[in-house]
Design a protein around this ligand. Structure first.
Ligand code: SAM
Length: 305
């Protein structure tokens, strides 16, 4: 029998156990997707509790709405999670008791060729999670060689960024994922070509959706909105996301953020939170076997003090 939803939630029980500390609290699922985590959160809160579900993908929100129709206390927001405050304000809320981020793309997005996220299938070079205007084709066909090199280096950590950018500029325009993948395959040969393709497609996806900027902004906003005792739980899937989460959390739990070479503290910073996870939680053997896509997941949590 096939699974009822195309996306299997990652670290489901672990993340929701970390998140929900008060059944009557106000919770946010910042990346609701098809509502896997959201459903579990709804099962843990009582009728006085509330859940606000954000996602910028209208297709994901439509599925989550149907999936969670039996719960009365859920509100859906088709919004970027960097608009957290605006979303809460629309619901006359200004404090929350917990927020969950399950970052990246869902299987609904990556497995549909027409969304253009995957180099394994042919589709338009799109990669938009939401209704933004800029597509991957706009970037590939419109950015300078230098700008493409920068995003492949910074967002893909790709060592042949300059050569790949030059080859793209030489052969563009590209409109299909297969055309772009074939161009890269033509210059990077050998067993690692799929890793290179994954890095280049990741870089384009990050640029199209402004992912890292939104994440930094949203984590900072969320920290300010949490009630004392409220928790922030983040599941990340690659080193760039995880670095942002790690650094944001480190700053939040530190009483001093002066540069290490300073002999005395001059920053006046005070810790706003305490760590709940010493080391990030990762999927266990059973989850990895059942859902190989969970393999790079890392879950970190802090609690506001
Ligand atoms: C890994 S999936 C979440 C899956 C979900 N937890 C579930 O169980 O079905 C990540 C989701 O986050 C959404 N997303 C990514 N960045 C976003 C952002 N900046 N604002 C809102 N949604 C975002 C994507 O559209 C995608 O649906």
């Amino acid at each position: 029998m096939s699974a009822p939803y195309p996306h299997t939630p990652v670290l489901l029980n672990e993340s929701v156990d970390l998140l929900v500390t008060s059944p009557a609290g106000v919770y946010v699922d910042a990346t609701c997707g098809m509502g896997g985590h959201a459903e579990k959160i709804c099962e843990r809160i009582n009728p006085e509790g509330r859940l606000l579900c954000f996602d910028m993908d209208p297709a994901a929100i439509a599925i989550a709405r149907t999936r969670l129709a039996r719960f009365q206390n859920v509100t859906f927001m088709e919004k970027n999670y960097d608009k957290l405050k605006v979303g809460l304000f629309a619901e006359s809320l200004n404090r929350i008791d917990g927020i969950l981020y399950d970052l990246g793309v869902s299987s609904l997005e990556i497995d549909r060729p027409e969304r253009g996220f995957s180099f394994m299938q042919d589709g338009p070079l799109d990669m938009r999670m939401g209704r933004g205007e800029t597509t991957a084709a706009d970037i590939v066909n419109g950015y300078s060689r230098e700008a493409l090199t920068r995003i492949f280096r910074e967002y893909g950590e790709e060592r042949f960024s300059g050569r790949i950018a030059a080859a793209i500029v030489e052969s563009r325009p590209f409109f299909r994922t297969r055309e772009l993948a074939d161009c890269i395959r033509g210059m990077i040969r050998g067993p690692y070509v799929n890793k290179t393709l994954a890095r280049i497609f990741q870089a384009l996806r990050i640029e199209v959706n402004g992912e890292l900027e939104s994440l930094k902004k949203s984590l900072a906003t969320a920290m300010g909105l949490l009630n004392p005792g409220g928790r922030m739980v983040v599941i990340s899937y690659h080193s760039l996301e995880d670095r942002i989460v790690k650094n944001t959390f480190l700053e939040a739990v530190s009483d001093c953020i002066c540069p290490p070479q300073n002999p005395i503290c001059t920053c006046g910073h005070k810790a706003q939170a305490k760590r709940i996870t010493r080391k990030p939680l990762c999927p266990g053997e059973t989850e990895l076997r059942e859902n190989p896509r969970s393999r790079s997941a890392k879950c970190r949590a802090i609690e506001k003090i």
